[in-house]
Design a protein around this ligand. Sequence first.
Ligand code: NAP
Length: 282
Amino acid sequence: MTQLVGIIGNPLAHSISPFFQQAAFDYLNISARYEMWPTRRNEFYQNIKKLFGVEYLGANITIPYKEEVIKYLDDLDSKAKLIGAVNTIVKKNNKLIGYNTDAFGFIRSIESKSDFCFEGKKVLIIGAGGAARSAIFSLIEKGIKSLVIANRTLERANNLAEEISEFVQLEISDLESLYFQKLVGESDLIVNASSVGMAHTTLNSKNLIKADWFSSKSLVFDMVYNPIVTPLITEARKAGAESINGLSMLIYQGASSFNLWTNKEAPIQIMTNAAEKALKVL
Ligand code: NAP
């Protein structure tokens, strides 16, 4: 029997997970297929329930469902529970267990692509959804000094802030004020954990930060991986700031999901090659 895994979210046109996960299954001769399951809100519960079918190994969960999915799961891994966001479901003994591999992918990506030292640093994170949560909890664990959460919807940023205010020096910002511009210039690490800049959406050419707001000493991390060079990364480069796009995070979080589904070591280089190839055609 061919086993099935897939990605549940909306929109999914930008997703390259099927390409690199399938490459990993094929490389290790595992009889499994990774599918795309675009899911509108009214189909969400039904698509989660489908995972109880005998052929399903689990799923990835992406925008906008990483927080909402929790209520449909039987149990959560301790990290997913702490973060409050799930990007991976594994079926074990006919129970759906939620994991968060984004947090690991985020930190592993920064550590492999730069010599940034987290301790004592000022961080600005844009976004307050599932991806932002994953990054924030891992940044706190790494010992950052202070954090600003900047989000379009301030209420969502405030809700997240309430959960973490005892662990880190914290501020909230909008995305349009002069104060936001000032924060950009003062931050050691700036992370885009919003959907702004994503290909195949109306946000593809939207940019939140202009080059002259950056300090050239900042590290800029864009979780968006499609396109490879996002509007934010273009501006960071103009400012002479070091930048990392979301591709390596995607591969590391995906490799960790793969390990959970298969109990096998993920072939990172095979996955990276397949992802880079997919991005050229998507
Ligand atoms: P989510 O839970 O749906 O959150 C989306 C975030 O984007 C929210 O903060 C939302 O603000 C903000 N946003 C949406 N449209 C906006 C706009 N027009 N202007 C300003 N802000 C806007 O999604 P998520 O799961 O956190 O994912 C966020 C992004 O991270 C996506 O691009 C996703 O592909 C990327 N990601 C990448 C990786 C990776 O491995 N590289 C992993 C996870 C996620 P509001 O609260 O105001 O709606």
